[in-house]
Design a binder for this molecule. Structure first.
Ligand code: WTA
Length: 645
């Protein structure tokens, strides 16, 4: 059962971009001569000036990653202007709002061109220019995509902050990039609830001295404040603005965007992606992994606040002149049939979502699915976390009625796009496996000591050589980039994931091996949540670990030691959850908080997370050796009072 294989169906293979033989040939070519291979593939983009060197990369210190050196292009030109010849009247974006009673929108490539040019001119009018960092904090509406593309058009670097992040998190990100301009909306909607975006921005702006202007979309008509001399309504700024804006000529290695993501230590880091390699990667993976053809209607349910929204709502599909659906809502509003209603309404053929969404819908039963037709569906994808075989089968059997290949795509914010993934006409799938590497990706399994594992086996996952979509640096901290990704195993890009390779060479991601947890497909650093908890002055110390959670994949388990004299209570638990929501955002709320009179520590004072993880997983029998602890007795108390039984 575990090794059950689902080969591509003959009729699918016939029309697919890539079949098994082509995959093998192209993959082999990409390994043998990457320069030659990628020089050929780069033709899918339109360059203003051709590059002089394809690949100039080193994973040894000083780490340096450059692709298509000397090449010039503009991302917004590649996503819009060049399609105006044949696809001006093709729908570029479909907008489906949170409420099914609100107005759907269809935006053609011609309209997209007009909107993006106008917005680019507004950004210029507000003083933004090439190289500036513009922060975007928006609901999932077409204007979010316009804002990203408008930045790309004038050569500004966007930094999108997910709408679920708190004012403190916004402020950290704005300050890291010293943004002068912020783009937001009055409010957005999710699952019938108002998301007070402008209020959050106002709170954040108390801590962001660099910000000069806040551009505000009047989307919701919800009540909000405007600050004189700082806040500008878009509908006012755009009056009389030209709908033509020449795209800026950008170097292949000029930054396109920064996106903050969590790691093992410290604050989230600004992952920096550049222009040529990133767009090539987003575009080629989008076409082949979803087998996207001319008439497909493609829908990725991710928010543009995450990398999936960058690469697979905006840049990949638009670079390919595809039709991409933007959905503001949630899977269960007004009820658990919403996804499938939207699929039918817009005749979606390629659908991409997360295991968490699949699991939460699976729990609601099959009736919600069955009352839709879903005949339009051709390919189903997942991303963000391992998909358990049960959810995989439900997706395959109930949602896809066995007709649609499942693409379980493994990748990271850092990788820019898909890395290990089925190509649906080429690679037989196995439930729970991300299968085989994409072109140009050379996965390596290593032991903890850094020995390479060949053949079948399990270890940590690293990548042996650069690929065009790879992040180039941590914004403002190249040393941290080198330390985080290239120091653990010299000469390799270290992913932070554990992985097993089976006898067929298939890859099975087993989850993070570092102090990162993956809650509903959202990456969170345990250190971040700990520092949010100790921000409450009643807390002396906190240790956070992940534990298996039926719906979210992983839940957040916090062990909290209170300051002497502070009484524990359920109210205090609520207060601590509030503290975390304030410091980071609702996605980081602990699921379980256990009071810990003491935490297990080594004699040198290091918290033994291994032990806490076992307690949180309700596996006290696997605690292992606790004799090296400075005070072994604390463990028994934690075991006795553990919450996840
Ligand atoms: C996890 C999301 C198993 C993994 C695009 C990775 C997955 C982290 C999969 C990156 C998958 C992503 N199977 N695990 N198909 N896709 N992951 O940066 O642990 O938000 O390191 O990027 O998600 O999360 P990030």
């Amino acid at each position: 059962m575990h090794n059950q294989k689902f080969p591509p169906k003959a009729d699918f293979v016939q029309k697919a971009w890539i079949n098994e033989t082509q995959y093998k040939e192209l993959y082999a070519e990409s390994m043998k001569d990457p320069e030659h291979f990628w020089a050929g593939q780069a033709d899918r983009l339109t360059w203003m000036k051709k590059w002089t060197k394809v690949k100039d990369t080193s994973f040894h210190k000083p780490v340096s990653i450059k692709w298509f050196t000397g090449g010039k292009l503009n991302v917004s030109y590649n996503c819009i202007d060049r399609h105006l010849g044949h696809h001006a009247d093709k729908v570029a974006l479909i907008f489906e709002p949170d409420s099914p009673n609100h107005q759907t929108q269809k935006i053609t490539y011609r309209q997209l061109h007009t909107e993006v040019c106008k917005m680019a001119n507004v950004l210029k009018k507000l003083g933004a220019k090439k190289g500036d960092i513009v922060t975007i904090y928006m609901p999932m509406i077409p204007e979010a995509a316009y804002a990203m593309l408008a930045c790309a058009r004038i050569g500004a670097i966007h930094s999108v902050v997910f709408g679920g992040f708190s004012p403190d998190s916004i402020a950290d990100r704005v300050n890291d990039g010293k943004s002068k301009l912020v783009i937001t909306a009055d409010a957005g909607y999710r699952g019938g609830k108002v998301v007070p975006l402008k209020d959050n921005i106002d709170k954040a702006m108390a801590k962001t001295p660099s910000v000069e202007k806040v551009l505000v979309f009047n989307y919701s008509q919800e009540k909000h404040d405007m600050t004189a001399n700082r806040d500008v309504y878009y509908h006012e700024a755009v009056k009389g603005i030209s709908d033509q804006c020449e795209p800026e000529e950008m170097d292949s290695e000029d930054p396109l965007f920064i996106l903050y993501t969590s790691g093992s230590t410290g604050k989230p880091k600004g992952v920096l992606h550049t222009t040529g390699g990133y767009l090539l990667w987003a575009s080629i993976t989008h076409q082949y992994v979803f087998d996207c053809h001319e008439n497909d209607i493609y829908w990725c349910t991710a928010d543009v606040g995450w990398v999936t929204g960058h690469s697979y709502v905006v840049y990949g599909p638009l670079a390919n002149a595809a039709t991409s659906l933007i959905f503001e809502g949630t899977p269960t509003y007004p009820d658990a049939s919403r996804f499938w209603q939207v699929v039918d309404k817009h005749q979606v053929s390629l659908f991409y979502s997360s295991p968490t969404a699949i699991r939460s819908l699976m729990r609601e039963g099959n009736d919600f699915v069955k009352k839709s037709s879903r005949k339009s569906l051709r390919v189903l994808g997942t991303v963000g976390e391992p998909i358990n075989p049960e959810a995989w089968h439900w997706y395959n059997d109930v949602v896809g009625e066995g007709r649609c290949p499942i693409v379980d795509t493994w990748w990271q914010t850092e990788t820019g796009g898909h890395m290990i993934t089925p190509i649906p006409g080429a690679i037989a799938t196995k439930p729970g496996s991300a299968t085989l590497p994409f072109f140009g990706v050379k996965p390596i399994l290593l032991t903890n000591e850094g020995q390479e594992i060949t053949g079948a086996g399990e270890g940590v996952l690293a990548i042996a050589d650069s690929w065009p979509g790879q992040m180039r640096t941590v914004y403002g901290d190249h040393k941290r980039f080198e330390e985080t990704y290239f120091s653990t195993y010299a000469g390799y890009y270290f992913t932070g994931d554990g992985c097993r390779r089976d006898e067929d060479g298939y890859y099975w991601i087993t989850g993070r091996v570092d102090d990162v947890i993956n809650v509903s497909g959202h990456r969170l650093g345990t250190a971040e949540i700990e520092s949010a908890l100790v921000a409450n002055n009643k807390v002396a110390e906190a240790a956070v670990v992940g534990y298996p959670h039926d719906i979210k994949g992983q839940g957040i388990y916090a062990f909290v030691t209170l300051k002497t004299g502070v009484q524990s209570s359920d109210e205090l638990k609520k207060e601590l959850i509030q503290t975390v929501r304030q410091e980071i955002g609702p996605i980081a709320s602990p699921d379980l908080i256990q009071w810990a009179p003491g935490l297990p520590k080594t004699r040198s004072g290091k918290i033994m997370r291994r032990i806490l993880r076992k307690i949180a997983e309700n596996a006290p029998e696997q605690l292992g050796d606790t004799s090296t602890l400075s005070d072994p007795s604390v463990v028994q108390d934690l075991v006795d009072k553990r919450l996840n039984r």
